[in-house]
Design a protein around this ligand. Sequence first.
Ligand SMILES: [Zn+2]
Ligand SMILES: [Zn+2]
Length: 114
Amino acid sequence: MAADKLMPVEMKKIDDETLGITWSDGHESRYVMRILRASCPCAECVDEITGKRIISLDDVPKHIQAVEARPVGRYAYQIVWSDRHDTGIFTYKYLRALCGCVECSAAREENKDQ
Ligand SMILES: [Zn+2]
Ligand SMILES: [Zn+2]
């Protein structure tokens, strides 16, 4: 299945810190919500001109929660956070790339070495 055809089929809260997404290819992703919030791609979090990240993990409240995920077209979620931040559009592609599961983390580590 082509990576750009991947769709989330289910999104659920696993615990107070973790969000889970099940994908159309059966893959299950786990996201630490705080890391996901710190990875927000919006213009308030990333400098549009330089591409440099403005916020870091330290700027994100420890007990941040994803309150709502609104579908945007058929390609993304707009995630509303408990700190009222809601301008981040997380495309499926971006979310999949951020997958924190052991398998994906290991694959990323391998690519780093090449
Ligand atoms: Zn943002
Ligand atoms: Zn994964």
